[in-house]
Design a protein around this ligand. Structure first.
Ligand code: NDP
Length: 478
């Protein structure tokens, strides 16, 4: 075979990835279960590069140079297993199957282990940036072996997005499911970012009393500062858009029930298993789920609240800038939590994750791309073993400077009856970390009372229990 890479699964993502490889000078073998997709691609885009279309799995495999690099871009789940089962018997030791779908990392670990036994490399690869990213440069998060990355990495780096400084937004993440794990946490952080932006909008709308067009201007202003990011930029676009049918701001005619495909939920489920408090991501997932409970919200509309009053005009502008500070601080907290989850996963699954490099490859191509990520890279460059992003002097300093505004915003939201689960949980996380003593001591006392679950003391080593139902003396258990 002559093709350096092959793509099977030519729906939007696979087709665009194949074109991206071809536009970069690679010879690309093409395959799809339904052959008409393959033919359509060659007909429409054949002029963009060198494609080798294949109708059967055998032809496809034969079209590839060795070691073979076979990208699978099919529907995540059972379809991925079906495709692996179809191709694996046709491959030879050293060949690589690259799964670019949105697989659950646990599936990737299972598939990698099974294929490794047959001498095949399985490279679970997170790809972010949607259709447009796949074509023009996505952020790419490949897992799998070092050996596979040596052969495949340069090609992936070539087709990836490039950060402002020219660095490819692709790096080897770690063994087996590490790539898909990091992609999952990226999506979780994306949920949190979006929720915080939505709350900022709500505060400007119902706290500051601004109309959507004015809020679009505010976001444009923020986009010129430290919040500069793709999500802030598109927020301004959406808010400025007027619905052609009604002449209303589009945001006012879109049904306010947010949907989700599941990666945010996975992030939280796994965080619960790892024991990592990713409260910002969790609140974002719950906020979407709450918005979708139309029946519950119908009940809720009858509940009492404060009289809705926006702030007086002379306070609104100041409030808007406080919202910017609260948004920034809350964003730092949600990234802190997401990176904590990555760190914990690295320890749990035996991955050596370069957290600074991971922040670096999110600077381009993906949905959470932002200038801000440079600061995370810088924090880990200063100290690769940073226990938390909040241990970084610069982040700690910024949050300290923002805290007055942050508190004002959360307090004002509570007073005006505006829900801010993301801002509030971020501030609570910050305050909980600061607290010299937490009421967890009381929780432990209760657990010991009803379940004899024991407690530790601050002043002595050992495990203790108070005989609550007897004379309430203390017993040392060990
Ligand atoms: P879809 O998820 O809609 O999947 C359609 C493709 O899967 C078609 O090529 C289809 O073949 C193939 N397929 C489905 N079932 C089987 C099967 N049993 N055997 C063989 N092939 C099968 O396509 P997308 O392009 O949207 O996404 C591809 C992957 O990329 C998914 O895992 C998705 O989660 C992921 N992804 C998508 C992003 C996006 O923005 N859309 C972003 C990042 C990742 P056929 O034509 O014969 O039906």
């Amino acid at each position: 075979g002559t093709a350096q890479i092959g793509v099977t699964g030519l729906a939007v993502m696979g087709r665009n990835l194949a074109r991206n490889f071809a536009r970069n000078g690679y010879t690309v073998a093409l395959h799809n279960r339904t052959a008409s997709r393959t033919r359509d691609l060659v007909e429409q885009f054949g002029h963009e590069g060198t494609f080798v279309p294949a109708e059967t799995a055998e032809e496809f495999v034969a079209a590839l140079e060795r070691p073979r690099r076979l990208v699978v871009m099919v529907k995540a789940g059972a379809a991925t297993d079906a495709v692996i089962d179809e191709f694996a018997p046709l491959l030879e030791p050293g060949d690589m199957i690259i799964d670019g779908g949105n697989a659950h990392f646990a599936d990737t670990r299972r598939r990698e282990a099974a294929l490794r036994e047959r001498g095949l490399h399985f490279v679970g690869t997170g790809i972010s940036g949607g259709e447009e990213g796949a074509l023009n440069g996505p952020s790419i998060m490949p897992g799998g072996s070092e050996e596979a990355y040596e052969s495949l990495g340069p090609m992936l780096e070539t087709i990836s997005a490039k950060a402002a400084d020219g660095t490819p937004c692709c790096t080897h993440i770690g063994a087996d499911g590490a790539g898909h794990f990091v992609k999952m946490v990226h999506n979780g952080i994306e949920y949190a970012d979006m929720q915080l932006i939505a709350e900022a909008y709500d505060l400007l709308r119902h706290g500051a009393g601004y109309e959507p067009a004015r809020i679009a201007e505010v976001f444009r202003g923020w986009n010129a500062g430290r919040l500069d990011s793709y999500l802030i930029e598109i927020t301004a676009e959406v808010l400025a858009h007027v619905d052609a049918a009604t002449g209303q701001p589009l945001v006012d005619v879109i049904l306010d029930q947010a949907e989700q495909k599941g990666t945010g939920r996975w992030t939280v489920q796994i965080a619960l298993d790892l024991g990592v408090p990713v409260s910002g991501i969790a609140e974002a997932v719950f906020a979407r789920s709450l918005s979708g409970h139309a029946d519950l919200r119908a009940v809720g509309r009858g509940l009492a609240g404060p009289t809705p009053v926006a702030l007086p005009a002379d306070e609104a502008e100041r409030f808007a800038s406080q919202v910017e500070e609260a948004l920034y601080a809350s964003k730092v907290v949600s990234y802190t939590q997401g990176f904590h989850q990555l760190q914990a996963a690295g320890a749990e699954y035996g991955w050596t994750l370069d957290l600074g490099a991971i922040a670096g490859i999110w600077r381009g191509g993906c949905i959470i791309r932002a200038a801000f990520l440079d600061r995370i890279t810088a924090a880990y460059a200063k100290d690769a073993a940073l226990p938390s992003l909040l241990a970084d002097e610069q982040f700690a300093g910024e949050l300290g400077a923002a805290q007055d505004a942050w508190r004002t915003v959360v307090a004002t939201a509570a007073r005006l009856g505006i829900p801010v689960p993301g801002f509030a949980t971020a501030l609570s996380y910050y305050d909980a970390l600061r607290a010299p003593r937490l009421p967890a001591a009381l929780t432990q006392g209760q657990r010991d009372f009803f379940g004899a679950h024991t407690y530790h003391r601050v002043d002595r080593d050992g495990v203790f229990h108070t005989t609550w139902s007897e004379d309430r003396s203390e017993e040392q258990q060990s």
